[in-house]
Design a protein around this ligand. Structure first.
Ligand code: CUA
Length: 323
């Protein structure tokens, strides 16, 4: 079983990059980044030039023995070592504060508000006004600021969608606010940006920016409870799922599965990835994940459930019907 990196990569429109800004906040941060790089480059070049001056001078000066002339060393320390760096750093500080200040937009109407809760190692996503509950995937309407209320269920995580906004920590017992806004439709990869344990690197999420109509269709479909099985194969799969240990941790709204330890699976089949951005969501990956989660994501809280071949196939048939 391979990780199918190409499949996973194809899920996203662009590689995650803070310099490939697709939202107003990311654009301001990218400008800030380039400004700092420009300032640092100038400082570096000036310092290197100053280093070369005495080398060049010494080469061309007539050889004199004895101590060197104490040229205005104090002036160098005072201006070059203290005053000028202090001025540059103060300037950078002010520019940074300006970027921070513009990080929180002031939307005209009521913003779309979502709750994102960090877990080891996945993201719970709720749309409180819309009764939507999902995982590892955020949908948002293009061109509208989305307010993200960030919490954590266990340790400190950090929520970062580089193409759309800066990072914000998710801290247990605290609710932090982040803002997301996308200029155009697309799918971007977000990630956890604070080391949070063994699978920190496999704690990603997808952000899908859609036009208003597509966003409304998505929330309508996510709000619905799962449809009753449409055929005997799916019914058999539902029964196998409900009899397995899956139900202790997972919820499928509309059934008896009401576990809250792991992600809500009511619309699992419509998500882009599995295991928090670790695998593209397809039949082969889903089977591999259920058979041996720890092999793909060592340390994951999802246990391997002993299933016969037919049980596994039935359960995967059922999960694939959860659109
Ligand atoms: Cu969560 Cu790193």
């Amino acid at each position: 079983m391979t990780m199918s990196f190409a499949q996973l990569r194809a899920v996203y429109d662009r590689a995650p990059s803070a310099f490939d800004a697709t939202g107003p906040q990311a654009a301001r941060l990218a400008t800030l980044g380039w400004t700092m790089i420009a300032i640092a480059t100038v400082v570096f070049l000036v310092v290197m030039a100053l280093l070369l001056v005495p080398v060049w001078r010494r080469r061309n000066a007539p050889r004199v023995d004895g101590p060197a002339e104490p040229v205005s060393e104090r002036a160098w320390i005072l201006y070059g070592g203290t005053a000028i760096p202090a001025l540059i750093l103060a300037g950078v500080f002010i520019v940074t504060l300006g970027a921070y200040d513009s990080a929180a937009p002031r939307p005209n109407g009521p913003p779309v508000t979502i709750e994102v809760i960090g877990h080891q190692w996945w993201w719970e996503v709720r749309y409180p006004g819309q009764h939507v509950l999902t995982a590892n995937e955020i949908h948002l309407p293009v061109g509208r600021p989305v307010k993200v209320l960030l919490r954590s269920e266990d340790v400190i995580h950090s929520f970062w969608v580089p193409n759309l906004a800066g990072k914000t920590d998710a801290i247990p017992g605290v609710t932090n606010v982040a803002w997301l806004e996308a200029d155009r439709p697309g799918v971007w990869r977000g990630t956890c940006a604070e080391y949070c344990g063994m699978q920190h690197a496999h704690m990603a999420l997808s952000v899908v920016a859609q036009d208003d109509a597509a966003f409304a269709r998505w929330t309508d479909s996510e709000r619905a409870v799962s449809a009753p099985p449409a055929d005997s194969g799916t019914l058999e799969g539902e029964q196998a799922f409900l009899q397995a240990q899956c139900v202790y941790c997972h919820t499928v709204r509309g059934t008896l599965a009401q576990g809250t330890v792991g992600p809500d699976l009511t619309h699992l089949a419509s998500r882009l990835t599995l295991a928090s951005g670790t695998l593209a969501n397809n039949r082969g990956n889903l089977m591999g994940w259920i058979v041996n989660p720890d092999r793909l994501k060592p340390g994951t809280k999802m246990p391997a459930v002993p299933l016969s071949g037919p049980q596994l196939v039935a359960i995967v048939n059922y999960l694939e019907s959860l659109k």
